[in-house]
Design a binder for this molecule. Structure first.
Ligand SMILES: Cc1cc2nc3c(=O)[nH]c(=O)nc-3n(C[C@H](O)[C@H](O)[C@H](O)COP(=O)(O)OP(=O)(O)OC[C@H]3O[C@@H](n4cnc5c(N)ncnc54)[C@H](O)[C@@H]3O)c2cc1C
Length: 514
């Protein structure tokens, strides 16, 4: 059925009810703007449904397994219940927020303030508003593997729907998503091999930080091949279906009610069919040479990056500028190249995390409400891989620092809390401009890295020079006390080696001028 009605009118139309879109819709509704919030799929977007929430829930559940007494299948079920409960809560909350009119359907822009919404029964509605905010997110990039049956290869969109853990999982992609899942599934008894095309896992990290994560993952039994890609898959000669779980398979435990506060799942995720058979994955250099064969592979997780959801939105016809990867180009206010069309989150060239989608969403709210307000600089956004150990960064990540920058590091093993907790690996690195104390970047790889990096985020946002951290009283014995050790080192070097520090600073200044 196709029907066109007079346009429904609002102050702002937000396309996509995920991390970025919800931030914008809620913020504007609180400022008494009427918002039409359009969602083609599940409210909450990737983060709630197939991203941050199920992945962190799985990390949690796998860390307390097998003490939880659940079967591995029940662990996956518990993750789905947790996810679905949050999604239901979000549907209820945002569906009843005054000022937000949540509509289901796929949106397409047909004019600067004009959006066409196609509902699931084919009804097409015209919507109009003074501003349109695009927050349509991204989807997983898929790379074809010769011979691999479709049902063998999953992405984050199907992974959490498995009814049990694979026996042998190959993860293509050694970025945060792939490695977090490597940790979780390895804890649940799956044999894991990670393939990474670059010459280090977590390529955005300093090599020494990535090496800490790699050492730890290998100690956890995870096999890692860098400089390696998947070439082809060959099914095993036997057509017997692959066993799925090598871990706890006690049916009494599997069928028992899930303990704890997790509510029942009213709409359990559809379990994927078991793959037809396991087989061998031939892997090797990106150039094409096969260097090894991984046998008995019964699942492949594709985690090789993201593709922005910018197609089919009518953007080209409107002249909205995209970069070469298809991401929408936005300015410091979150504006696209077309007036009154805004964008935030993964669909833009400034996205990639939920906190970035939230931050840019907040900017858009500010500039829709106060158009003449200056954009101001956007603070550095931290990035965290929730591996074991966690790895977190903020700001510049230079392999070598110039002469006017002092690189300070403290090993977790040299911090008393690291000693008591028997942490023998991991490091905090901070790059500080000599004399001025300006923090340029930091890396934390070790316990609670995601929490520790937040201290740097606060200081960098507020231009708090490193020497002003001196005298802060850090609780003992915490990992945060390591930050006090770093400041002491900085002060000692600056005060005792003032001549050398000055020469280094001057050399760096001169080089930067040239
Ligand atoms: C496995 C995994 C783990 C992750 N873990 C973390 C983490 O720990 N921390 C973190 O910060 N980030 C994490 N991320 C990234 C995070 O999920 C994304 O950066 C974030 O969800 C992006 O928000 P967004 O608003 O841009 O898109 P989304 O939250 O994905 O929302 C986009 C919404 O737009 C809808 N949509 C698309 N097209 C249309 C259309 N035409 N009409 C109507 N609606 C449409 C989609 O259905 C979707 O609901 C993870 C991602 C993955 C895949």
């Amino acid at each position: 059925m196709t029907e066109r009605t007079d346009p429904d009118v609002a102050d702002v139309i937000v396309v996509g009810a995920g991390s970025g879109g919800l931030t914008v819709a809620v913020g504007l509704s609180r400022l008494r703007k009427r918002v039409l919030l359009l969602e083609a799929d599940d409210v909450g977007g990737d983060c709630t449904n197939v991203g941050c929430i199920p992945s962190k829930s799985l990390l949690h559940h796998s860390a307390v397994w097998p003490a939880s007494g659940r079967s591995t299948g029940a662990v996956l079920e518990a993750v789905r219940r947790r996810r679905t409960a949050l999604r239901d809560h979000e549907i209820e909350e945002f569906g009843s927020t005054p000022g937000i009119d949540l509509r289901a359907g796929r949106a397409r822009l047909v004019g600067p303030g004009s959006v066409e919404l196609t509902e699931s029964d084919g009804t097409v509605r015209m919507l109009a508003a003074g501003h349109v905010v695009i927050a349509t997110g991204s989807r997983p990039r898929r790379v074809a593997i010769d011979g691999a049956p479709d049902e063998l290869v999953v992405t984050n969109e199907e992974l959490f729907e498995l009814d049990d853990v694979p026996s042998r999982l190959v993860i293509v992609g050694g970025g945060p998503i792939g490695l977090e899942m490597a940790v979780a599934f390895a804890r649940l008894g799956t044999r894991i091999t990670v393939l990474e095309a670059a010459d280090q896992i977590l390529p955005a990290l300093l090599p020494e930080a990535a090496a800490v994560v790699r050492r730890s993952l290998e100690r956890q039994g995870i096999e890692i091949h860098t400089g390696t890609v998947a070439h082809r898959f060959e099914p095993a000669a036997s057509s017997a279906p692959a066993g799925t779980s090598a871990a706890v398979a006690d049916p009494a435990v599997a069928d028992s009610p899930v303990p704890g506060p997790t509510p029942p799942d009213p709409t359990p995720g559809a379990a994927l069919p078991a793959p037809p058979a396991s087989g061998s994955l031939h892997v090797g250099s990106p150039g094409g040479t096969v260097t090894s064969v991984i046998d008995d592979v019964d699942r492949i997780l594709m985690a090789v990056g993201r593709v922005p959801n910018s197609g089919d939105l009518g953007l080209e016809a409107l002249g909205v500028a995209l970069d070469t990867t298809g991401r929408i180009v936005v300015d410091g206010k979150g504006r696209t190249s077309v007036p009154n069309i805004w964008a935030c989150g993964d669909v833009t060239d400034r996205g990639g995390t939920t906190h970035s989608a939230n931050a840019w969403g907040r900017r858009i709210i500010k500039h829709i409400v106060a158009p003449i307000a200056p954009a101001g600089a956007e603070p550095e956004h931290p990035a965290v891989a929730y591996t074991d150990p966690e790895a977190a960064t903020i700001g510049e990540q230079r392999v070598e620092v110039p002469a006017d920058v002092r690189r300070l590091r403290v090993a977790f093993a040299d911090v008393d809390r690291g000693y008591t907790d028997e942490v023998d690996d991991g490091v905090i690195i901070v790059d500080v401009r000599r004399f001025s104390g300006r923090i340029l970047g930091a890396t934390v790889v070790g316990p609670r890295a995601g929490e520790l990096i937040s201290v740097f985020a606060l200081a960098m946002k507020n231009d708090l020079p490193f020497h002003k951290w001196y005298g802060t009283v850090w609780p003992y014995p915490t990992y945060a006390a390591a930050l006090g050790q770093l400041v002491d080192d900085y002060m000692t070097a600056t005060v005792t080696g003032v001549g050398g520090e000055f020469v280094g600073w001057a050399r760096g200044r001169l080089r930067r001028r040239r």
